[in-house]
Ligand binder design. Structure first.
Ligand code: 9GP
Length: 838
């Protein structure tokens, strides 16, 4: 390892090297120093935003000391590292997380108080880092937290989008998208202007013969865009390990702007190149499970893969190990198909730049990559048009064809009687135009493929990758059920519950070993424990009620049953089923006698989530929810018996307020469509029960918490195909009368102009009801009735929620990461770095 400072001068360095704050006084000193010098403010003009900035910078100093040590330690030990390639990391806020992970909550709280600020107010100044759409991006963020906590040497790689997922405003009940410029002030990132990679696009491929007579290819004469690294420290909980998230930003390769053009008066042209280059990392694609096939998206994917691989290879080459060691030093996980271009890119490096033979390059590549599939829905599986790939990445297309050629030869040799299989498994789809099936390339180029919940992994094996299981054998395909980090989703979001559990379990060890939660079950009959558990839930509901009043202007009663569905809006997630159920409830209430009404369980139905801007149907679901809310919430007959709230601009920091406040949350996707879901885990961990279909991780949650502690309903995945078939070809389509009444009410204009809602209703009545809303409506409504009844027995309900919490240990993302490490990556933790004097 090279060190720039000579041996004799190192003592001086050691003496003066940066120290982390340990006491309240040191913390305060750091905060004040940053406010006064870094920010040039003083006690006369320090608002909460400045207090946040000073605090964040003080914490950042501390993290960066640990980050440096961790990286030095990793450089010396040179262990096998994990690289998690994800186009999305939905990080949320960093300050609160950093304070908790380094164990400085008391010091920070008291220190800020002494400086005149409340910690909660300071924390709430931070903008979410919202570089993701939904579950996929949040899973990646939870994984980073677990990787650091468990001391795995790991890096995340993504893009530094200037604009994350849009901010959602609701205007006249409709979603309006507003850009989210989150980089105004981002103290957590370190620009590394010295860490750059030149990435090429377009151009052509030239073949040549080298001195030894070997045929080689070179990709040349393309357009170059420079990737600049921005690093963000990722602290583990209760450990000094601080890993790195490296985000790439794009800029023009030849500097700022073209002076020649500027001097000749071509002002716009002088900055055009710069703007074009910067566009690559400008915006996160706001799709959710929809493949749109845009050229810019493909550019983003390649830009990020090429920069990351260059960086990974550069780090490997420093160790001067032979190429055959590569996969013993490097594990790259492909989070969905978005980073699949990393496969042909590594092949290109090995073949064209390192002159390896095909077979060796291919076995290194396959041994390096693992691929996680996150959906079996056909529309979400990426396919890129061959002409587009040819134009943008000509050398990669050749390599993809070569990979396909070798693969199909292998299949033909081993399955000579199954010629029709060849076109089914080919990476190239023979459509017009031809398309590259990225999921197949990912499967072929990886040594392991995993799904994210048991049912999902079974579907992966039996549907989309069925042929590949036959070709490679079942061992290549595995399951790692998703999980969530208990640090953010219990300790941070619900500090009082975390403290209650810690008080019974003798400390916070459960945050590092969530299975310890099983000990909580011993307190299920403990009156004092129950009292505090109930009080915590109530306080969390009061907090959400206050937020709802302040932000949405709607008054809700915290004693009502809080029913929550927050997630991306998508037909398969079936928010429409929920809102139709709400309308049904409203109609029932309206037709009841006052006496019958007085026996009804009051309920608040909360919704939240963003719709992809181009997804009309999802946007109409949002509109319907808002319109129903408008009518129901103002109806004097109904009062507190039913309220409908759409929580706008759902994001990670809002989820931290919403999740602990649920009595029931809804995870009601059509069976077989939701790969896993992770908010289901968060809600149960926070003492809420769930209503759900037999889908994704709901099934494993049921296995863990027991059937009595969850409300399941609806058709099973194995019946879905037959039901869909029956909608089209069966006897005439019969709607449940109560659903018919709901549709009649919508059409009558009760919730305003029915025009916008016709698509929603017609998709069920006239277009085959693909998501089986009509099939599941009855059992959904009945199950909601059971919930109302069950909730009336508050003691029994409490017992169920406590029991469920105590059985959630399995769903820690730490368990996931250990499984990935063992089954897929073959990596070991590295002991955390020692600190000065430690
Ligand atoms: O839709 C899945 C969701 O069920 C899962 O929990 C999440 C993390 O594994 O990934 C989502 N998939 C996508 O966003 C796109 O494949």
């Amino acid at each position: 390892v090279e060190a720039s400072v000579p041996e004799e001068q190192r003592e001086a360095w050691k003496k003066h090297s940066a120290k982390e704050f340990k006491t309240k006084d040191q913390f305060e000193a750091d905060v004040v120093r940053h406010i006064e010098t870094t920010l040039a403010r003083s006690l006369f003009n320090c608002d909460e935003a400045a207090a946040y900035a000073g605090t964040a910078l003080a914490l950042r100093d501390r993290l960066i000391i640990e980050w440096n040590r961790t990286q030095q330690q990793q450089t010396f030990a040179d262990p096998k590292r994990v690289y998690y390639l994800s186009l999305e990391f939905l990080m949320g806020r960093a300050l609160d997380n950093a304070i908790l992970n380094v164990g400085m909550k008391d010091i920070a709280k008291q220190g800020l108080e002494e400086l005149g600020f409340r910690m909660e107010d300071v924390i709430s100044q931070e903008r979410d880092a919202a570089l993701g759409n939904g579950g996929l991006g949040r899973l990646a963020a939870c994984f980073l937290d677990s990787l650091a906590t468990l001391n795995y040497p790991a890096w995340g790689y993504a893009l530094r989008y200037r604009y994350g997922i849009f901010r959602q405003e609701i205007v006249d009940g409709y979603q309006v998208e507003v850009p989210d410029y989150w980089l105004d002030f981002n103290p957590w990132e370190f620009p590394r202007h010295d860490v750059t990679v030149d990435v090429q696009f377009y151009g052509g491929v030239r073949k040549y013969t080298d001195d030894s007579g070997k045929q080689l290819s070179v990709w040349e004469n393309g357009e170059i865009v420079t990737a600049v690294a921005y690093d963000a420290p990722i602290p583990g909980y209760g450990t000094r390990t601080t890993n790195n998230l490296r985000l790439w930003s794009s800029k023009a390769s030849h500097g700022e702007f073209d002076f020649t053009k500027f001097n000749s008066g071509e002002y716009e042209a002088s900055v055009a190149d710069q703007q074009r280059a910067e566009t690559i990392s400008a915006v996160l694609y706001p799709n959710d499970s929809l493949d749109r096939g845009k050229e810019l998206r493909l550019k983003q994917q390649y830009f990020w893969c090429a920069a990351s691989l260059f960086d990974i290879v550069r780090r490997f080459k420093k160790s001067k190990k032979a190429w055959k060691e590569f996969a013993n030093q490097v594990a790259i996980q492909l989070n969905d198909t978005h980073p699949t271009l990393a496969i042909p890119e590594l092949m290109r490096i090995l073949l064209d730049q390192e002159s390896l033979e095909w077979d060796e390059a291919w076995s290194i590549t396959q041994a390096t990559f693992g691929y996680t599939n996150h959906t079996v829905m056909p529309e979400a599986l990426e396919k890129w048009s061959v002409p587009l790939v040819q134009h943008l990445l000509p050398r990669h297309l050749q390599i993809i064809y070569d990979i396909n050629f070798h693969f199909l030869q292998y299949v033909e040799r081993n399955f000579p009687k199954e010629r029709e299989m060849l076109s089914r498994v080919s990476i190239i789809e023979e459509s017009e135009p031809k398309r590259v099936r990225m999921a197949f390339l990912a499967v072929i180029g990886s040594h392991k493929v995993n799904g994210v919940a048991e049912l999902h992994s079974d579907l992966v094996r039996t549907t989309i990758f069925k042929d590949f299981v036959k070709i490679y054998g079942p061992d290549k395909f595995t399951n790692v059920t998703n999980g969530i980090t208990p640090r953010r989703w219990l300790h941070q979001a619900n500090p009082r519950l975390s403290a209650l559990i810690a008080s019974k379990l003798g400390g916070h060890d459960f945050l590092r070993d969530l299975n310890l939660l099983h000990k909580v079950e011993a307190y299920v009959d403990d009156e004092e424990f129950r009292k505090e558990f109930r009080a915590i839930k109530y306080a969390n509901k009061v907090r959400l009620a206050k937020y709802t009043k302040e932000v949405e202007g709607i008054t809700v009663n915290p004693s009502s049953l809080f029913d929550i569905q927050v997630k991306r809006i998508h037909e398969y997630k079936r928010q429409q089923l929920n809102i139709f159920g709400v309308i049904h409830r409203y109609l029932e209430l309206k037709s009841m006698s006052p006496e019958a009404r007085s026996k009804v369980q009051p309920r608040v139905s909360f919704f939240g989530g963003k719709a992809a801007p181009g997804y009309w149907m999802a946007k109409m679901v949002i509109h319907l929810i808002n319109q129903v809310g408008k009518v129901v919430n103002a109806d004097p007959d109904i009062g507190d018996l039913l309220k409908v709230v759409f929580l706008s601009d759902y994001n990670v920091s809002k989820a931290e307020i919403i999740t602990p406040a649920s009595d029931i949350s809804e995870h009601i996707s059509t069976a077989g469509t939701e790969a896993s879901g992770t908010s289901n885990m968060k809600f149960v961990l926070n003492g809420g029960l769930i209503i759900g279909t037999c889908d994704g991780a709901n099934i494993e949650i049921t296995r863990e918490v027991g059937e009595d502690n969850i409300f399941l309903f609806g058709n099973l995945a194995e019946d879905v195909e037959d039901l869909r078939h029956a909608h089209f070809y069966g006897d005439s389509f019969q709607l449940d009368p109560s659903l018919q009444r709901v549709f009649d009410t919508i059409r009558s204009g009760t919730f305003g102009d029915a025009g916008p809602f016709s698509g929603l209703v017609d998709s069920i009545v006239d277009h085959g009801d693909y998501y089986l809303v009509s099939d599941d409506f009855k059992s959904y409504v009945e199950t909601q009735g059971l919930i109302d009844e069950a909730y009336k027995d508050q003691e029994a309900w409490l017992t169920r929620t406590i029991t469920a919490v105590s059985r959630m240990g399995f769903f820690s993302s730490d368990r996931c990461i250990d499984e990935y490490a063992e089954m897929i990556w073959n990596v070991e933790p590295l002991p955390p770095p020692k600190m000065n004097g430690a």
